[in-house]
Design a binder for this molecule. Sequence first.
Ligand code: FES
Ligand code: MG
Length: 576
Amino acid sequence: MTRKSPAELRSARWFGPADLRSFGHRSRAMQMGYAPEEWQGRPVIAILNTWSDLQPCHSHFKTRVEDVKRGILMAGGFPVELPALSVSESFVKPTTMLYRNMLAMETEELLRSHPVDGAVLMGGCDKTTPGLLLGATSMDIPAIYVPAGPMLRGNFGGKTLGSGSDAWKYWDELRAGTITQEDWLGVEAGIARSPGTCMTMGTASTMTAIAEAVGWVLPGGSSIPAPDAGHIRMCSESGRRAVEMVWEDLRPSRFQTRAAFLNAIVVAMAMGCSTNAIIHLIAMARRAGQEIGLDDFEAASRRVPVIGNVRPSGTAYLMEDFFYAGGIRALMDRIKEHLDLSCVTVNGRTLGENIAGARCFNDDVIRTVDNPIYGEGSLAVLKGNLAPDGCVIKPAAMDQRFLKHRGPAVVFDDYPSMKKAVEDESWDITPDHVMVLRNAGPLGGPGMPEWGMLPMPRALLKQGHRDMLRISDARMSGTSYGACVLHVAPESFVGGPLALLRDGDIVSLDVGARRIDIEVSAEELAARRAAWTPPERRYERGYGYMFSRHIQQANLGCDFDFLRSDFGAPVAEPAI
Ligand code: FES
Ligand code: MG
């Protein structure tokens, strides 16, 4: 392998020349107390840190960044920390999905505009993973991903609590009157008790596993719990490795092949992944210039069983258990016949080399393929006259009696009116009804909020029902569950068939046949379409204005159209 020379470093354009501009760069570096020996001829490694005081999942990044720096220094690099948008799933409203692409743009432009040769990307909370990776993909300089790691198991009264899932579960119990207010407060205090990302198989754990499967993370790195000392060691090793990647010129374009993305889909399926994975992975692949679509998920879903027994698809376990059982290396080892083991990863070795010798220490947490949690994949892609461009459902995490279902629609145009109805104990609704929420897609939400697990009507909860068929153009949290049809495309806001649905229309779902239809004639739908008027746009200025003019539909990954890899000519390196 040819190695870069110091004169070929990108940062040498800033620091090298004997001219007035470089004089400025050097004197300003010295203003910060750095002697020329500390940066001259050394790879400058940007650490994109998504820490913030309102990002509980990344609270340990404040000190972990020092561990990354230690690794970079050890390997002869020069670390520079660049703070980036932290997009906290817990606090950012109306939805973090509105800002994934903003972080992606920030990442790309931070790397482009500064004198950096490589990057360590620190993220983990849901959208931060795809945001950072999308931007680094477009910039295509050597980069490695450091996942925040899952938090420890939650605890209340000696019982394990899972992020998200148990919040919804105990909330329904509180509403049904089976637990007390005091219990509820105990759950509130115990459900998140350490730094780190949600420890169920939500979007965070799904996306960091995907990042590792694509090749962005050191072997096993995505499974290490945030507070574990192993996580600290992974941080410094990632720093060391980033420096070497610069000399080797190991860029994302060298490992983000179509085969690597197909590997990620297989891993996502075996983990029982969050439905959000579909949107982000499609966006990542398209940025990398690889054609990956809903059909690839559907194909993998038919082949790959769910073997990661982690809630909500699994029954009892959480990410901490998954780590102790051997983590993602053990899982990948079990499904290796579905993987392309020749794919290269950030450590310069192949996926096959990285999982060699992996051991599983608990066959209930990481099942064998002969004893899966769910025989067929965890996600199903549905099409039909209600969703011509597709939609998804998570059969692994729903009441199986809704897999084939027909029922009358009850349609809501906005979240508040739906919320009012579900809280009404005297609402005349049956478990056979199909609850529909529209105007919750990429443009309608706006930002496609995680409203897709429409709350169960109180009237049905009181009767002991815990699931019903629900449909929307929204997303749902990876920690959610239920018979929820999501990501209906095209969305209603742009006139997708969901916009034409009326109360009482019969909706039919057949997951086995991968169909979702409304029993309304084409003539009647055409007549309704002719009478349909598009809703008013949401934003007249600012970021939302740009978002609403350029966001693509869910089946295309919700990227901005102008960020596609084939949009326009490549951006030139900045003039200095
Ligand atoms: Fe950050 Fe779930 S809220 S990962
Ligand atoms: Mg989430």
